[in-house]
Each structure stands twice: as structure tokens, then as C-alpha cells.
Design a binder for this molecule. Structure first.
Ligand SMILES: [Zn+2]
Length: 165
């Protein structure tokens, strides 16, 4: 059964590839994923080039040799499907971002709600830089709550979320 992701169709075969990456992540304990491409003349999502580790944060349009690039899918080895602010910045720039969680065995996609607005792009990048970067330094509950509420605020305001699994 295919899943509607905004104006795109995610075929079951691609959803199964996403699940396979979750299982592989469980074994290898590193982030894995692939780029999300469209069919040459259509709105059907296909799986493009694969990525591992930090590569998954740098997927590029060139990883879709035949159709348009719309974003990336990556796994979270330890956390749930909720995005980091850096994930939101990438997904906002691209249009779509999908995340699979080993811990929750769930997959979700976020889709930018409307056209890319440069000012909003900057706002999200600033939040990633100022609130999230060096999040290893987030030690107090208060700091965590500031980060979480900034992340949730951006997600609610600028994206639609589609549950895949
Ligand atoms: Zn992520």
C-alpha cells in the first residue's frame, strides 16, 4: 500500500527499504539512510544513493541521477523519530525529511508547509546554531526544555508530519 506524503506518493517498496535501514542500524549502531528522489516525470518517491554516518546530513541533489531530489531519509540509532533542529534546517531547505527510529521502530516524514522563505530558513539555522550546537553541553533540565520547545515550535509552525510506520 502506498502512502501519501503531501503531494508525493511513497510506495510500499520505499517504506520497506526504510525499515531495512532501521534493522541495519540496530546491528551496525550508526546512522544510515538514503536520498529521496522523484521518478523522472512524476510524483512517486524513489530511494536514491545511500549514506552512512555524518554523510546522511549532507545528502545532495546529485544523489538523484534521474529525477528531482526532495530530501533525505536517515535513521536515529538511539533517539526517537523526533528531529533535531539541524534535521529541521535540512528538511526545510530540501522540502521533505524522513526519520526512522531504532528505539521506537517508527518512521515519520516531515514536509515543509509551503514555499521556502529565506527569513524562516535563517531563523531555523540560527536556532540550530544558538540553541542546539554543542548540545553535548546541555546539562540541566531547563536547558533541555529550552531546546525541546524551540524544536517543537519550529516543527509545528513550518512542517506537516506524516507517520509512515
Ligand atoms: Zn536526525
Amino acid at each position: 500500500m502506498a502512502i501519501q506524503v503531501n503531494s508525493y506518493i511513497l510506495p510500499n517498496s520505499v517504506a520497506e527499504k526504510m525499515i531495512a535501514k532501521i534493522n541495519e542500524t540496530r546491528d551496525k549502531k550508526i546512522e544510515l539512510g538514503f536520498s529521496l528522489c522523484l521518478t523522472k516525470k512524476g510524483n512517486i518517491i524513489t530511494a536514491g544513493e545511500g549514506c552512512a554516518g555524518t554523510q546522511c546530513e549532507m545528502l545532495q541533489p546529485k544523489e538523484c541521477p534521474t529525477g528531482n531530489y526532495i530530501g533525505g531519509y536517515h535513521t536515529h540509532p538511539k533517539s526517537g523519530t523526533k528531529p533535531s533542529i539541524a534535521d529541521l534546517a535540512v528538511a526545510y531547505n530540501d522540502e521533505v525529511g524522513c526519520i526512522g527510529s531504532v528505539r521506537d521502530e517508527k518512521i515519520m516524514c516531515m514536509v515543509r508547509d509551503g514555499p521556502m522563505v529565506p527569513q524562516t530558513m535563517q531563523e531555523i539555522r540560527d536556532a540550530a546554531k544558538n540553541i542546539e550546537e554543542g548540545s553535548g553541553k546541555i546539562v540541566t533540565k531547563e536547558q533541555f526544555q529550552v531546546w525541546e520547545s524551540a524544536r517543537d515550535g519550529i516543527l509545528d509552525k513550518y512542517f506537516k508530519v506524516v507517520d509512515i510506520k
